[in-house]
Design a protein around this ligand. Sequence first.
Ligand SMILES: [Zn+2]
Length: 480
Amino acid sequence: MSRYEAVIGLEVHVELKTDTKLFCGCSTEFGQEPNTQVCPVCLGLPGGTGVLNKKVVELATKAGLALNCAIGTYTWFDRKNYYYPDLPKGFQISQVFRPIAYKGYLDIDVDGRTKRINITRAHIEEDPGKLAHAGGSIAASHTSYVDYNRSGMPLIEIVSEPEIRSGDEAKAYLEKLKAILEYTGVSDVKMEQGSLRCDANVSVRPVGTTTLGTRTEIKNMNSFRAVQQAIEYEVDRQIDVLEDGERVIQETRGWVENKGITITMRNKENPDYRCFIEPELDPIELTAEWIEGVRATIPELPDARRKRLVAEHGLPDYDAGVITSSLALAEFFDAALQKYPDAKTISNWIMGELLRLLNARNMELNEAKITPDGLASLLQLIEKGSISHKIGKEVFETMFEEGQEPEQIVKEKGLSQISDEGQLARIIEEVIAKNPKSVADFQSGKKQAIGFLVGQVMKATKGQANPGVVNTMLQEKLGK
Ligand SMILES: [Zn+2]
């Protein structure tokens, strides 16, 4: 057992799903030509103050409420001053002193236990532009380019209390946060497109003490798995430093994915952003009625949906947790259940075949061609005995990749289950003739030998024989 415990807080930046930017009418669409979605406001040219996008306030409030936060009825924007080429104004507009949402929480499940992680605050801010370094890294390149399409995009930064204790907990926190934001529709939450980004503050301290150790901030993590691994690496590194009698240096470190390590990016002892209230923008004043109006638009959230799947459909809690972990999966489940009312069977196929194929191919559900109706039709074919369970998996994979109807696949590939006794009798005779030892074993009382013989028939028919029928026929033939 380690003598140390990790103290981890996460800062998550989430791009809000609006059509236009925070203070101007430029488009927020992802993936356009560099510097085509810009104007004097988001380029920070003199004279362009801009006007607050009301939709941003609505989505930030919605996110805050879904995260059990209190909502500030009187808040404002502040300037955070620093110079960097991605920020042409020389300051970032953020909410430093009064965040729109504060004191919330979310619950995570790790190792079968539920743990509450408190959320310090969620505030609105503008995204800076994006640098591209020719030659890859900033150190290796002679030239850097700036794309200001992202400049002025609306973000909320969600800051957790330092109550996370491991990489596993951090990953569970991010998964839950992502699900909640996805359910509420406030963001695309696509880490690969940068609409969800995470930094981790990590320190360690001896177990039983309450003073915080010196922390490092970890950046450059591009997946939840990377966050988990980077934290595990950094915790071990800091423990080693302390065990060697040295001290941890407060700094920003970058995760190097292909090496599985964190390295020093920059020393940042005490940055002074010289923050002050933004003088050119009005404060945000919200009435209790308006906030309640936003609350009324929040749909059923993951935890509630999970409880409902257990209560209404009798699903095991574990299944319900997996299915409600993403809105897409939960909707797929509901739609399939409309056509095939056997919740546990659908859940088995989702958790088994569907998730297995998505993970193996590193795909999102919306990229797969299989539909909930298609899965329901497939399950009907299996139930009727038209195809075996094993063939069903093969058909499922074709549906996943090509999106055809199961009936069509079964017909084209000639996969129908063989239940016809006349057809099976010949194959069974052959199997009996070829396996005298198993036959003798069975007849001398070793009942399990029948399993081997059934398996041989299945093999001879490439899985198309109806195993139940084969079993009965074999028993009859061998004089059971
Ligand atoms: Zn603009």
